[in-house]
Ligand binder design. Structure first.
Ligand code: NDP
Length: 379
C-alpha cells in the first residue's frame, strides 16, 4: 500500500481527494541484485506542516523539494531494515529519516537515514522529540533565540510537536513562558502537563495585541493573597518590586505587561503582528514556521515591520536541515532528559496508512493534540 499525491495543489487546504491510497502488486522483500539500497518495513510516519508547501509547484525550491504528482508522498518516518546492501545498515536495525508513505520503502540514497541506537525508548519518538522536531526546538530555542535566564518567552502553536518542547526548554533554562493554542483542552495541557507559566486560547481573543499585553480576562478571576505568594515563589525573578505588582495587576493574569523578550514563531499572520507590537527593545524572534500562511496562494502582508527597526529586534529564520550537525549533542541531552523523566512529550497517534491523509490535513485545522504520528505497523 502506498499513499500518492494525485496532483499539485495551487492553494487552499489539502483535501483527502488530493491524495490516493493504492495497492501495488506483490513485492519481493529483497534489495534488487546488483543495486545499492536499503529495504525498509515502515513503522511510523510523521505528519509535518512543511509537507503542505511541498504539495504546490515552485519555481524556486530553496526550502524543500516539491512532491512528485503520481509518486508516494515522502516524509520523516521510522522503519525496520528488511534487507540492505550497505554495511552501515543490517537486517533488523531500526532507522529514522526520509521514507515514503508506504508499507515498504526501497531507499537508494541512505545518507538521509540514521540508525536508532536507543531502542529502549519508544521508536516513534524518533519522528518527534528525538528527531527533526526535537532538533528544531533545540536549535531554535538555544541557538536562534539566544536566551537569557529570567527572560519572557512567548511560543505560538505551543501544544504542537515543536511548541511543547520549546516551552519546556525555556522553562528549564529559567525563563517565564506563555503559550498560545487553539483550544481550551490544549491550553489546559500547556499549564498542567508541560509546565508553561501561562497559556491562552488565541481563537477566543478578539484582540491579540491586547491579549498579549494584558492577558485574558477569562484566564483568572482574581488571585487570593496565598495565590499571589505562591506566584512570587514560582517566578523568583519577579519576587520583588513593581514587576510582581504589575504582573498581578488588579488580580488578573497579565502575560507580558513589560513586553516579550523572545518569540518562538510557529504561525505567522495576525499573531506575528500582535507580537511585534508587544516586543521589548532588542528582543529576538526565531522564525521557525508560519503555518497560517501555508494554504494561501499569496502570503498575507505584515503591516508593522518597521517595529523591527524601532525596537532593534533580531528576527531570524532558520531551516532545520542546515543544523543536523548539532544532532549528536542534542540526542545525548534529550535522551537523558527522557530517561530521567525531566521532559514531557505528547503524541497524537493515528492507526493505519489509510488514515495518514486525514491526519496530515488535521494539522491545518488544529485537530492534532501533540505530535501527529501515523502507525503503519508496530513491528
Ligand atoms: P504542530 O504539531 O504544532 O501542528 C500544527 C498546529 O498549528 C496545529 O495543531 C494548530 O494548533 C496550529 N495551526 C494550524 N493552522 C493554524 C492557523 N491558521 N493559525 C494558527 N495556528 C494554526 O506542528 P509542528 O510543531 O510540527 O510545526 C510547528 C511550526 O514549526 C510549523 O510552522 C512548521 O512549519 C514549523 N517547523 C519548522 C521547521 C524548520 O526547520 N524551520 C521544522 C519543523 C517545523 P492550534 O490548535 O494551536 O491552532
Amino acid at each position: 500500500k502506498q499513499v500518492l499525491l494525485k496532483h499539485f495543489i495551487p492553494e487552499g487546504a489539502p483535501k483527502e481527494t488530493d491524495m490516493e491510497l493504492v495497492t501495488t502488486g506483490t513485492i519481493r522483500l529483497r534489495v534488487p541484485e546488483g543495486s545499492n539500497a536499503v529495504l525498509l518495513k515502515n513503522l511510523y510516519l510523521s505528519c509535518d506542516p512543511y509537507m503542505r508547501p511541498r504539495m504546490t509547484k515552485h519555481e524556486d525550491s530553496s526550502y524543500v523539494d516539491d512532491f512528485i504528482p503520481g509518486a508516494p508522498i515522502t516524509g520523516f518516518g521510522v522503519g525496520k531494515v528488511v534487507d540492505s546492501s550497505y554495511s552501515d545498515f543490517r537486517t533488523g536495525d531500526y532507522v529514522w529519516g526520509q521514507i515514503g508513505w508506504e508499507e515498504y520503502s526501497l531507499i537508494t540514497k541512505p545518507q538521509g537515514l540514521f540508525k536508532i541506537h536507543h531502542t529502549e525508548i519508544p521508536l516513534s519518538y524518533y519522528i518527534g522529540i528525538l528527531g527533526m522536531v526535537g532538533l528544531t526546538a533545540y536549535v531554535g530555542f538555544y541557538d536562534i533565540c539566544s536566551p537569557k535566564k529570567g527572560e519572557r518567552v512567548f511560543v505560538s502553536a505551543a501544544a504542537g510537536a515543536v511548541g511543547q518542547i520549546v516551552g519546556q526548554f525555556a522553562k528549564q533554562f529559567g525563563c517565564y513562558v506563555v503559550g498560545s493554542a487553539g483550544s481550551d483542552e490544549k491550553v489546559n495541557l500547556l499549564k498542567t502537563k508541560f509546565g508553561f507559566d501561562e497559556a491562552f486560547n488565541y481563537k477566543k481573543e478578539p484582540d491579540l495585541t491586547k491579549a498579549l499585553k494584558s492577558g485574558s480576562a477569562s484566564s483568572c478571576k482574581g488571585l487570593s493573597l496565598t495565590q499571589q505568594m505562591a506566584a512570587s515563589l514560582h517566578y523568583p525573578q519577579m519576587r520583588f518590586g513593581s514587576q510582581l505588582v504589575s504582573f498581578l495587576c488588579k488580580g488578573k493574569v497579565r502575560y507580558f505587561p513589560e513586553g516579550i523578550d523572545i518569540y518562538f514563531e510557529n504561525v505567522g499572520g495576525s499573531m506575528l503582528e500582535a507580537v511585534l507590537q508587544n516586543m521589548r527593545i532588542k528582543g529576538r524572534i526565531a522564525a521557525c514556521g508560519m503555518i497560517s500562511q501555508y494554504n494561501l496562494e499569496k502570503p498575507e502582508g505584515v503591516h508593522n515591520l518597521f517595529l523591527i527597526v524601532s525596537k532593534r529586534i533580531r528576527l531570524e529564520g532558520f531551516v532545520i536541515f542546515d543544523h543536523f550537525g548539532s544532532y549528536p549533542e542534542f540526542e545525548e541531552k534529550v535522551v537523558q532528559l527522557i530517561k530521567e523523566e525531566k521532559i514531557k512529550y505528547l503524541e497524537d497517534i493515528v492507526e493505519g496508512l489509510e488514515n495518514a491523509p486525514a491526519a496530515l490535513i488535521g494539522l491545518f485545522e488544529g485537530r492534532n493534540v501533540g505530535k501527529q504520528v501515523v502507525v503503519v505497523s508496530r513491528e
